[in-house]
Design a protein around this ligand. Structure first.
Ligand code: SF4
Ligand code: SF4
Ligand code: SF4
Length: 284
């Protein structure tokens, strides 16, 4: 399936018709990333309050198919201005801007704004046993291989691999397409494996994980930490240990929710100090 075919979903259609929803999705992403960064920093939001953003972002996915970043990233690789609804330069600038923002604030975009991630996060709330908490290295390795395949398919054969995951068909509720059921399958898998599409497939998420690894703001332990390990046990991506880079931290807030000591785990900028063990200082 070429990228320009784009499926029959909400993301297909003329470039002019796509311009308004894509712009609205982009503006929504910018405003909410900054708002959530402020809310996490000031402690005015928690995991459960953040559900409202998951619901709104998922609604944006169904209503305007934006800002579904993996789709946009692929269409940019395919130079498909019709599906992008914007010039290649504008689309590239938007994706690069979000990468720059994640350099400062981490993966708030993945955590609460990308509809493809938000709906997987909602699926993860289903009370079923979860697998794969310790698959961080495996998932990063698989996603790196998938990234290369996606690039090779796009540049070598003008094929959009991401199209086969059915994002457009799912969010446009195109139940007549088999691809609708592919992403539905991803969602069902999300009830037992945390965010499988984000962690194993998404090419843009791979880039965001690189920038988030060196982001200024992250969830960090303070001197109040009693090292009870509660945060480490609930983290679905094994990113809550001291020294973890948080490249795969989806800002879900589970760690903060279970921390028994107020102020022991906070969303803060790095102190810039490094411990004797050679890891960034977790304290302010
Ligand atoms: S990893 Fe990809 S699909 Fe998942 S939330 Fe981030 S951009 Fe969206
Ligand atoms: S539980 Fe893990 S993924 Fe969730 S916010 Fe904490 S460190 Fe990030
Ligand atoms: S849950 Fe809180 S107190 Fe316990 S190890 Fe994590 S940051 Fe420290």
């Amino acid at each position: 399936m070429s990228g320009s075919s784009g499926g029959t979903g909400a993301g297909s259609g003329g470039g002019a018709a796509n311009l308004l929803p894509r712009t609205a999705g982009f503006l929504y992403a910018i405003v909410v990333v900054i708002a959530l960064a402020i809310l996490w920093y000031t402690g005015k939001i928690n995991r459960k309050k953040a559900y409202i953003f998951l619901l709104i972002s998922t609604g944006f996915g169904f209503l305007i198919f934006a800002p579904v970043a993996p789709h946009n990233f692929q269409q940019l690789l395919l130079r498909d201005v019709v599906s992008l609804g914007a010039s290649l330069q504008a689309a590239a600038a938007g994706l690069i801007l979000m990468l720059l923002i994640s350099l400062v604030f981490g993966r708030i975009f993945c955590g609460h704004i990308c509809p493809a991630g938000a709906i997987q996060e909602l699926a993860s709330l289903v009370a079923l046993p979860k697998f794969g908490q310790n698959w961080k290295e495996i998932s990063l390795g698989i996603r790196a291989v998938v990234f290369v395949i996606i690039l090779a398919a796009a540049f070598g054969w003008s094929v959009g691999i991401i199209d086969y995951f059915g994002l457009q068909e799912f969010f446009s509720l195109d139940v007549t397409s088999v691809l609708f059921y592919v992403f539905l399958g991803v969602l069902l898998l999300s009830t037992v494996v945390y965010r499988p599409f984000c962690r194993f497939i998404c090419p843009y998420g791979l880039l965001l994980s690189l920038t988030a690894a060196v982001s200024a703001f992250k969830f960090r332990r303070t001197e109040k930490c009693i090292e009870c390990g509660c945060c480490e046990r609930v983290c679905p991506t094994n990113e809550a240990k001291v020294g973890d880079l948080k490249s795969e931290c989806y800002m879900c807030g589970r760690c903060v929710e279970v921390c028994p000591v107020e102020g022991a785990l906070v969303y803060r900028r790095s102190s810039g100090r490094w411990s004797a063990a050679g890891i960034p200082d977790e304290e302010e």
